[in-house]
Design a protein around this ligand. Structure first.
Ligand code: ADP
Length: 404
């Protein structure tokens, strides 16, 4: 037996954003991360946070300038070598925002897959290039180790034209101008959790509210995505931290034609200066800050956000002709009892009765609707990384069977 054979097997999940790289290490057979890390401010200095399985901070012996994703990948490798010297990485799973129309599930990354991902950059210019940079950095850091792509759009490929088309000339739909959905790894996780903890409800009509810095809703009927609020890009649907969400395209035309705005100016306003930040008059994109501020501007932003979430829930329910369960998840959905309360109060007409104590003081995954609530409401913390690792394990197992 070689020394390598004695090493513990593990899987690595990577989530590369424009200025961040999140990583999570899973030992073989485990669904709880043994280590999670967050490299932030890539390109503008760098900040590294690493935690162990109990959430305790871990510190590497040196500090890092994070000039690019390769530098962040070095942190991942150093963290593995320093805190887990006796492991062997079996596969690296990557979160990839856009899978276009062709990728409807996780896939081993080959040169052909990489070529396809490069072609998708034009559909998600703010996200896809960073995902691809993360893949290249991981391929260089872990040569010979299988790399697996998990797509945020794949979960929504079950949607049909009435829900994922636009009312523009139909040939554009055939050319790929359609609603791709996004947040699919989060929805897949919640879908699996609902199947596990409430199988009857899972067979019914579920609306999931993924309310984070990016926010969207998804209608899931009998375990399959039927409709979602995010569209062709991750700017549509609900207002978000800094993204505008649904907007009359006439406003865009007005800015371009009448105001003479440049495309980059327009893009900056819609992606970076709108949403909660814009609604609050520039106060903050963070729901915590807005909640504590209590000012008119902060309340305006919160109430607008809540109103759009409620309208979106009704629209998702209409797509399924009913709703049996509403699930809150992601940063705001998991932590803001205020937003959950306001949304539930506004949905009283749908038969929602909130259990105030569970909403305010409960811990972890739980039912937050009262016993007599017609519509059940839950809070379930999401876990996109574990979906990546499950996919990586499943693909590797299939490969072993195929090669047998
Ligand atoms: P991302 O889309 O970047 O993954 P997250 O799901 O991590 O975002 O959500 C981040 C957002 O969650 C923050 O910007 C903040 O608005 C909100 N948030 C986090 N904690 C709280 C809290 N305790 N109360 C209210 N909002 C919170």
């Amino acid at each position: 037996m070689t020394a390598n054979n004695k090493k513990a097997k593990c899987f690595l999940a990577l989530n590369a954003g424009s200025s961040s790289l999140k990583f999570a290490l899973y030992l073989d057979g485990q669904e709880k991360e043994s280590m999670v890390g967050h490299c932030e401010q890539i390109g503008t200095g760098g900040n590294v946070r690493i935690k162990d399985i109990d959430g305790k901070p871990l510190t590497l012996p040196k500090t890092y300038e994070l000039d690019n994703h390769e530098a962040a990948m070095q942190v991942v490798m150093d963290a593995l070598a320093h805190f887990f010297p006796d492991i062997e990485v079996q596969a690296v799973g990557h979160r990839v925002v856009h899978g276009g129309r062709s990728f409807d599930g996780p896939i081993f990354i080959t040169p052909t897959v990489l070529e396809n991902l490069d072609r998708l950059v034009k559909l998600a210019p703010l996200h896809e290039p960073h995902n691809i940079a993360g893949i290249h950095a991981a391929m260089a850091a872990f040569p010979g180790v299988p790399q697996i792509a998990c797509f945020d759009t794949a979960f929504h490929r079950s949607q049909r034209f009435v829900n994922n088309g636009f009312a523009i000339p139909y040939h554009y739909y055939e050319e790929g101008i359609l609603r791709y959905g996004f947040h699919g790894l989060s929805y897949e996780y919640i879908n699996a959790e609902v199947a596990r903890i409430a199988p009857d409800l899972h067979q019914g009509k579920v609306v999931v509210a993924h309310l984070g810095n990016g926010a969207s809703l998804c209608a899931i009927e009998a375990g399959r995505s039927k409709a979602s609020t995010m569209g062709f890009t991750a700017i549509d649907g609900l207002p978000m931290g800094t993204r505008c969400g649904q907007l009359d395209p006439g406003v865009v035309l007005h800015f371009l034609e009448t105001e003479g705005m440049s495309i980059s100016e327009l893009s900056r306003i819609l992606y970076k200066e709108s949403g909660l930040l814009g609604l609050s008059g520039g106060l903050s994109n963070d729901m915590r800050v807005l909640t504590e501020a209590g000012t008119e501007a902060a309340n305006r932003a919160i109430d607008f956000f809540v109103n759009k979430v409620c309208a979106g829930v009704a629209s998702m329910a209409a797509a399924m002709q009913g709703i049996d369960l509403l699930v809150f998840t992601a940063g705001i959905g998991e932590h803001s009892s205020l937003v959950r309360r306001k949304v539930c109060e506004n949905l009283a007409w749908m038969g929602v009765v909130l259990d105030d104590i569970s909403n305010e003081r409960g811990k972890g995954r739980r039912l937050i609707s009262a016993k007599d609530s017609k519509l059940k409401v839950m809070m379930i913390p999401t876990d996109e990384e574990v979906i990546i690792v499950r996919a990586a394990r499943a693909l590797l197992a299939e490969k072993v069977v195929a090669e047998f």
